[in-house]
Design a protein around this ligand. Structure first.
Ligand code: CA
Length: 240
């Protein structure tokens, strides 16, 4: 049933709503993932600690503790990819969860194809970062050589400023993940600039102008409305 060459990925799912749990579990198992379910944050923490899964899916509204606390706790000792599920009422919590180290989110209600695409993207990134030697990364017409520190578009060298380059390579390192405004400002400009959202708007628009075919309809440097940005290397339809 499963691919004999590679053992199935193990996913821990922390979700207190039985219907969503069943829906997510069934779809993941159909895709040959192994799933360990937890109904509470405490149980989920135990499962992540003992089973060492490849990915965590966690609901933010849990009965016994805040999903954000779960993420914060896990990030003290693990880099595993974390996908959060949030209700519309958790909007502020969602940003906070991303800030403390979640990688991506889905807002309820969500469709299964979208969940599966996100799961594949996060697992792919994590496999790639363990493999470790992606010195050339490409998306659209763009090729970035991380060793030579060069950027070309259709083979033509593109000049990026130091900050533009730093921003781009930071997004490449987190490709597929949502990076919040706050986290980007903190990581690129430093803790004193966490509120200077206009920096980001200016630099993202520069990057789009230099790297996107149509800067007004970006295909790779995407805006996550009210949250931050996401770099998509391949179009989502090409996943899997
Ligand atoms: Ca819940």
């Amino acid at each position: 049933m499963t691919d004999m060459q590679s053992p199935a990925f193990l996913i821990v799912l922390i979700e207190d709503e039985p219907q969503i749990r069943r829906f997510v579990r069934t779809s993941l198992i159909e895709e040959q993932y192994q799933v360990k379910e937890a109904k509470t944050g405490k149980q989920g923490l135990v499962d992540v600690g003992t089973r060492r899964p490849d990915l965590l899916i966690v609901d933010l509204g849990l009965p016994d503790m805040d999903g954000i606390e779960v993420i914060r706790d896990i990030r003290l000792w693990s880099n595993l990819p974390i996908l959060i599920l949030s209700a519309r009422s958790d909007e502020a919590d969602k940003v906070q969860a991303l800030d403390v180290g979640a990688d991506d989110y889905l807002t309820k209600p969500f469709g299964m194809p979208e969940l599966l695409a996100r799961v594949r993207a996060l697992l792919r990134r994590s496999v790639r970062s363990h493999a470790g030697d992606d010195s050339v990364v490409s998306f659209g017409d763009v090729e970035v050589n991380l060793v030579q520190r060069t950027v070309t578009r259709n083979g033509v060298a593109i000049h990026l400023t130091t900050i533009e380059y730093r921003l781009l390579t930071h997004m490449i390192a987190h490709a597929g993940c949502v990076l919040t405004h706050q986290a980007l400002l903190r990581d690129i400009w430093g803790p004193d600039h966490a509120d200077n959202h206009h920096y980001l708007r200016v630099y993202m628009s520069n990057l789009r102008r230099k790297l996107e075919r149509d800067p007004n309809m970006p295909k790779h440097i995407l805006t996550e409305l009210g949250v931050g940005y996401r770099l998509v290397l391949a179009s989502i339809h090409q996943f899997g």
